[in-house]
Write a protein that binds this ligand. Structure first.
Ligand code: SF4
Ligand code: MG
Length: 321
């Protein structure tokens, strides 16, 4: 069947002015031709270092950032060509959860008001019905009805993220884009929030895009994982296959940095040389070539393209031409 969401060749280029009097103009390729799809009811993890374009990709899906180019189809409709009223409807079906729950919650509003707001925006229910729904939502995310009268600063980081989740659920979305929702939390709290997200997914048949900078965070929650480097998707695969047998040299390096519980299976840590290049000056050929431990001559000249391997994974690397 058709995927719930299909992203094709999505790009975000920013012009920047540099140098004396801002005369030199350059282009930052924040996202440079990303394609993937998400099936109903699954979780796609998107992983990469900061600045790789994963958050920008998430925001472009909802048009919180306007793409420079590309296509985003949600339930078969191209989001990028929707009228304002149709876009509003899609923004009900797709909700976001953000990294810093404190920054994304208005400190002067009660938690009840914060959770109610998206229902008001989308014209759902009357005041009494919304109030009741707020109480249900609070209990659903492991808080209590009486918390509706309190303010965000009265909650811990983990509780604030639960409030953010309740707010996202308020309008009964189909797809939730979670942008590093547990990165700011302690490890023990991280797993509680991840478990909650998984329970809610089962209960409401939700579809998730889960953005993280660390492969270990998305391991248990994701059905499939996409790895991004410098504005491009370099490998997309079923989670099990990806974690057991990564193919792209960048995925291998990221995975080698993840601590493995079984010391016998620990493979050697791959240390990459140099820093991530600037997205204003991406290297020619494969953008990973100046850091890749197995780069060949060809890699500096020719851009690899995404290929589908026999196990169904997609990988963009000349080793698999
Ligand atoms: Fe490394 Fe070449 Fe593959 Fe790029 S294309 S990841 S440089 S081997
Ligand atoms: Mg980010």
């Amino acid at each position: 069947s058709e995927p719930l969401l299909k992203v094709e060749n999505l790009k975000k280029y920013y012009p920047i002015k540099n140098g004396v009097l801002g005369r030199v103009s350059e282009t930052v390729r924040a996202v440079d031709g990303v394609s993937f799809s998400v099936n109903e009811g699954e979780t796609l993890g998107i992983v990469g270092e900061s600045g790789c374009g994963k958050s920008t990709t998430g925001r472009m899906i909802m048009r919180l950032i306007e793409p420079t180019e590309g296509k985003v189809s949600f339930e078969g409709k191209n989001i990028l060509s929707l009228s304002k009223s149709d876009l509003r409807r899609v923004r009900k079906d797709i909700q976001m959860i953000f990294q810093d729950p404190f920054a994304s919650l208005n400190p002067r509003q009660t938690v009840g008001k914060i959770i109610e707001e998206p229902m008001i925006v989308h014209g759902m229910g009357n005041h009494k019905e919304r109030k009741q729904r707020v109480e249900e939502l609070l209990e659903l995310v492991g808080l209590s009805a009486y918390h509706a009268k309190r303010y965000p600063h009265q909650f811990s980081g983990g509780q604030r993220q639960r409030i953010g989740i309740a707010r996202a659920l308020a309008v009964r979305p189909k797809l939730i884009i979670a942008d590093e929702p547990v990165s700011a939390l302690d490890v023990s709290v991280q797993s509680q929030v991840l478990n909650l997200l998984q329970d809610l997914q089962k209960k409401f048949h939700l579809t998730y895009i889960f953005i993280a900078h660390d492969l270990s965070v998305v391991r248990h929650i994701s059905n499939r994982v996409g790895v991004m480097y410098l504005g491009k998707m370099v490998e997309i695969s079923d989670s099990e296959i990806l974690y057991d047998h990564p193919k792209h040299p960048y995925t291998k390096a990221l995975l080698s940095a993840v601590p493995i519980p079984d010391p016998n299976s620990r493979s050697e840590r791959i240390i990459l040389s140099g820093d991530v290049p600037s997205p204003a000056h991406p290297p020619a050929g494969c953008t990973f070539h100046d850091r890749c431990p197995v780069a060949m001559d060809l890699c500096a000249r020719e851009k690899p393209v995404m290929k589908k391997l026999e196990d169904g994974r997609l990988v963009s690397c000349h080793l698999y031409d």
